[in-house]
Design a protein around this ligand. Structure first.
Ligand code: FE
Length: 339
C-alpha cells in the first residue's frame, strides 16, 4: 500500500515536472545579425506568443560550421543570415529543411525566397553607388558596368573581395552578363580603383568625402546609420549622394537578410510562425525604421531618410543565383586582382 502511494506521488510529481518543462515553448535561433538588429523583433514575437526565444549570435560561417558538427543534435530551429549567398550555402550543405514557399507566396516577391522553400528573405539590402556631388554629376553615372570605363580611372572605392556583399554583386553580374563579360568588367574595374580595397562600407563613404575617390559602392543602411549617428559621422554622410545604378537596365543590386528552418529543428511549427511574424506589416516596417534596410514587402517604407532617396528599381534576379554563382564570382575577383 505504502509502495503504491509512493508511486502515485511520483507519478503526480513527474507529471508536474513534465508539465512545467513544457509550459513554455522554446525556439532556438542561430543568427549572424548584430543582436540589436534582430533581438527586439524576436522579443516581440516571444511576448506575443508566450514562448521563449533563445538567441545565439555569431558569424554566419561559424554558425554553418556549428550546424554541420551538431547535425541531428543541434538545438537550433532557425538560422538567420544577412545575405542570400550563405543561406544558399547552408541549403547546399543540407542543413536546412524546405517548409513550402506557397504559404509565403503573398508575403514577399518570389525572387527573395529560395525556389524550393529552403530560405526566405526578410529585408532588402540595396547596394547602389554613392558619389561626391562636387566632383561627379549624376548624369555621368549609369551602371555598375560603366564604372569600368576609362573615365573612372583611379576614382572608385570599394571594399575587398572577401566581403560577401561584393561577391554577391559580382555573382549577380555573372547571372546577367555571363562569366566572360563579368571577368572583363572586373579586370577593368580593379584598374579604376583609387586605392587597394580596405575597410568596410562606411570607410568607402569616408574616402569619397576625404577626396580619395569620387564614387563608391555601398549598402545604403550604412549611409543611413551614419546620417543618424554622431555629429561627425552625419557631417561626412551628408556630403555624398546616392545613385541608383542600372535603372535603365536590370536595376540596382539587392541582397537580403533572411531566415531558414534548420533540417533538425525541434520546433519547426514555431519556426514557421516566426517567419510569418517577420513578414507582418509591423515587423517589416521595423526593418526600415530601425535597421534602415528596405522591407521586402513593398509600400511600407516610412523612414524619412529612405524616403528621401526615392523609389528605385531593384534587380529582380532570383537571389539563389547569388549563391549559385558565388564560387565563380570569387574566382573572377581573384583573377582580376581584386584584393
Ligand atoms: Fe552590413
Amino acid at each position: 500500500m505504502k509502495y503504491q502511494n509512493n508511486s502515485v506521488i511520483c507519478l503526480f510529481l513527474c507529471a508536474c515536472l513534465a508539465q512545467s518543462a513544457h509550459s513554455t515553448e522554446e525556439l532556438n535561433v542561430y543568427s549572424a545579425r548584430k543582436e540589436a538588429y534582430i533581438k527586439p523583433l524576436l522579443d516581440q514575437f516571444a511576448e506575443a506568443n508566450k514562448v521563449t526565444v533563445n538567441l545565439v549570435t555569431s558569424k554566419a560561417d561559424a554558425l554553418i560550421q556549428r550546424l554541420k558538427s551538431e547535425a541531428e543534435n543541434t538545438p537550433a530551429d532557425v538560422l538567420i543570415t544577412v545575405d542570400a549567398g550563405r543561406l544558399h550555402r547552408a541549403k547546399q550543405a543540407q542543413l536546412l529543411q524546405a517548409v513550402g514557399r506557397a504559404r509565403f507566396a503573398q508575403s514577399a516577391p518570389a525572387q527573395y525566397m529560395d525556389p524550393e522553400g529552403y530560405w526566405f528573405g526578410l529585408s532588402l539590402r540595396a547596394r547602389p553607388l554613392v558619389y561626391h556631388p562636387q566632383r561627379v554629376k549624376p548624369q555621368q553615372l549609369s551602371s555598375y558596368q560603366a564604372l569600368a570605363n576609362q573615365a573612372w580611372s583611379k576614382r572608385i572605392c570599394i571594399r575587398s573581395s572577401n566581403n560577401i556583399y561584393n561577391q554577391s554583386l559580382v555573382a549577380a553580374m555573372i547571372a546577367h552578363h555571363g562569366i566572360d563579360n563579368t571577368q572583363q568588367w572586373a579586370n577593368r574595374l580593379v584598374k579604376n580603383l583609387a586605392r587597394n580595397p580596405q575597410g568596410g562600407d562606411r570607410d568607402q563613404i569616408k574616402a569619397v568625402v576625404a577626396g580619395q575617390c569620387d564614387v563608391a559602392v555601398v549598402n545604403t543602411y550604412y549611409l543611413a546609420k551614419m546620417m543618424a549617428g554622431s555629429a561627425e559621422e552625419k557631417a561626412v554622410a551628408d556630403q555624398v549622394r546616392v545613385f541608383w545604378a542600372n535603372q535603365d537596365t536590370h536595376g540596382t543590386h539587392v541582397n537580403v537578410s533572411g531566415i531558414a528552418v534548420t533540417k533538425y529543428a525541434s520546433n519547426p511549427a514555431l519556426a514557421i510562425k516566426l517567419i510569418e511574424f517577420l513578414y507582418t506589416d509591423q515587423a517589416q516596417s521595423w526593418y526600415g525604421d530601425v535597421n534602415m534596410e528596405y522591407p521586402v514587402r513593398s509600400g511600407i517604407v516610412t523612414h524619412p531618410t529612405l524616403i528621401s532617396w526615392g523609389e528605385f528599381k531593384a534587380d529582380p534576379l532570383a537571389l539563389d543565383q547569388l549563391g549559385i554563382f558565388n564560387s565563380d564570382a570569387v574566382k573572377i575577383m581573384d583573377i582580376a586582382g581584386w584584393k
